[in-house]
Design a binder for this molecule. Structure first.
Ligand code: SAH
Length: 347
């Protein structure tokens, strides 16, 4: 089958067999990428149009008990100045975000034992009580089902936990033996059972990743159907075992964004900060490939430099208000527009 027919088939049927997925991935050309992006925008159009949802991201702690081989704030990196934000500071950042027009606040951090269920639930309750019509999203790693339930009961309605890779053997090469793919998947299923809108995702061009792995990723998106799918290029961090691995590419990330949009037209698809890091117009190009979410940084400027999961991360110095204005202009430049909206998934 000619490759354009395959692209059309994906747009029409939202699924391909393994050989077909592989053929699309292996026969990428600039022309095919343009075609995929065009189909992806057409798939997005009736659901979200050109609206871009924003999530205000507060990086609440860079203290982490885990040792993921790719991550700059891994436990064994002794060169990080560690910090954690106090509940009052987090709530104040959320309020600032609300004033700026954010209607989703994301609390993300390392797996820091300071944030017990009680502490985290308290923060969530305070944000929910004081920011009308705002969704609180958590991205605090792997926790027990009881913990997820408690945080849901406190008012958190969304959870972001990238699965990192849908292939167990690949997961084991990216993480130390203490971490398990099964537990990561258990978490995602618990979160969904409890009633959260769930975000999963993976890094493009992660060390050891193959095209076959990417086929498995596409199948995962098809079957698990995450509400959000966060994909961004792997970017090496100089103080990790993967310091000398090559970064994922803009081209492959954009192509995968389009594929994911075609598989799951309703999915919330962020153009990530990592994409903006490897290309100065990465996030704008992400929108043109089918993305519809951006997640600017609301963390206090003083701590931003310490939340470096990878090298050369953008937006380290600007105040949150400046960031929002800058993003608004960037989106306008490619015919998209930021909206003041919770940005729930449209099912
Ligand atoms: N501790 C939380 C939050 C993780 S940070 C959790 O476990 O979910 C958010 C995401 O950043 C990770 O899931 C990972 O996919 C991504 N990330 C980490 N290191 C990265 C790197 N070097 N390059 C690109 N993305 C990275």
């Amino acid at each position: 089958m000619c490759i354009d027919r395959l692209a059309q088939k994906l747009a029409r049927e939202h699924t391909l067999n393994d050989d077909e997925y592989l053929a699309l991935l292996q026969n990428r050309t600039p022309e095919l990428a343009d075609r995929m992006a065009e189909l992806a925008r057409a798939a997005r159009e009736p659901v979200y149009g050109t609206a871009v949802y924003t999530r205000g991201l507060i990086e609440i702690s860079n203290i982490c008990k885990n040792d993921c081989l790719y991550c700059g704030i891994r436990r064994s990196n002794g060169n990080v100045e560690r910090y954690r934000l106090e509940p009052d500071v987090i709530v104040a950042c959320a309020h600032q975000g609300y004033e700026l027009g954010f209607r989703t606040i994301v609390l993300q951090g390392g797996e820091d034992g300071f944030y017990t269920d009680e502490v985290l639930a308290g923060i969530v309750e305070r944000i929910v009580a004081t920011c009308p019509d705002t969704a609180v999203t958590l991205s605090m790693g792997e926790r027990s089902r009881t913990s997820y339930q408690r945080l849901f009961d406190a008012g958190a309605t969304r959870y972001l936990l990238r699965h990192e890779t849908a292939t167990r053997a690949h997961y084991e090469r990216l993480h130390p033996a203490q971490m398990s793919w099964d537990n990561r998947m258990r978490c995602l299923h618990d979160l969904r059972d409890i009633g959260y809108q769930v975000g999963a995702g993976f890094m493009v061009g992660a060390p050891y990743q193959t095209m076959e792995h990417l086929v498995t990723e596409m199948r995962f998106v098809e079957q698990f159907k995450p509400d959000m799918c966060g994909i961004g290029p792997f970017v090496p961090h100089h103080d990790t075992p993967f310091a000398h691995e090559p970064a994922g590419t803009l081209e492959l990330t954009l192509f995968l964004l389009s594929m994911i949009r075609l598989i799951h037209p309703h999915v919330l698809l962020p153009a990530t900060t990592a994409l903006g890091t490897i290309d100065p117009r990465g996030r704008e190009k992400g929108m043109l490939a089918g993305a519809n979410v951006v997640m600017p940084n609301l963390s206090p400027v003083a701590v931003r430099k310490n939340y470096q999961l990878y090298d050369n991360k953008i937006c380290m110095g600007e105040e949150s208000a400046i960031c929002r204005g800058c993003l608004a202009r960037r989106m306008e430049s490619v015919g998209h527009h930021l909206v003041v909206d919770r940005g729930d998934i449209k099912r």
